[in-house]
Design a protein around this ligand. Sequence first.
Ligand SMILES: [Zn+2]
Length: 317
Amino acid sequence: MSKKKRDKFSKKLDDAENTARIRLFGKASKKYAGLIKSAHALEPTMVDGLQFLSVLYLVNEDISKKNDPIVSGSFYKLCQLQPSTKEQSLPMALPGGIFGSFETNRVFAEVTATLKMDEGMSTGNQDAFNEAIEIFLQIGNAPLYFSRYVRPLQSRITGSRAALECEARSQILKGAALADIYPNAAIPHYMIATRALRAARKYNVESKYRKILIGLRMVRRCWICGRLVQGANHFKNMDASVTGYFEYILKENKEDLRVIDGSAIVACMPCSAAITTEAERIAQIYHDRLSREIAILKSEIQNLRSKINQMAGVRGL
Ligand SMILES: [Zn+2]
């Protein structure tokens, strides 16, 4: 009887593994989950491995349906199994058509680091970034299994590159928190970030933050109040028809030429906002006055029209 049960169990195990090999992950996950109860009685040492595979295939199922396993929650489920799963090598299917024997701990390391990076990106928690960086560095130059399919990374990269990207993301968040008020303090963070992104070969993202860095370094002088202003988001060019003559005057007086940009003048945000607000207030007055006049005109036309109609009625036209 017991041998029969064992044979049946081992057949079902083979069947579950074959289902995973042909990448029917939803089915494979259910098959492994269904084997856990029998394993408690027959092969208790296999229980944690079966649990691991049943959840791993939920992750793979999400990926094959183009769902992000972080968003769906299957990545968290897998991560939660780490304390109760002993270190072992298991035959498993991984994204990208891979099948072979892999270490559960290596999978856990990657899943944990990716979740920590995601936490850092959504909450700004620097400890989470640091933990992610440490684990990614341990994975080193080996390619990550899931990086292409999860939101913080979205590309096929190695552990070392993921660590660089984490460093960049953490520096960008630090820089962004400072940029509005202390542009000078934000600059070093963006410098480290762009360097790390270049090293991680994330050129598109690098160029985006390089532009922000250039903006942060920009210094202009306000034509109106004369203040020096640093950071592209703190000043504005306002069209003012500055001619060659005014440029000549500025040069003659040895004034700061950073008050103009072509035919526009540079205005700091408070000066430009004051002008814009006042212009809008005046425009509103004119708009209201015009609306009133149009209303009067309309009612006069209406009166005239009804008078004409009355006259036409009297004459019997
Ligand atoms: Zn100003």
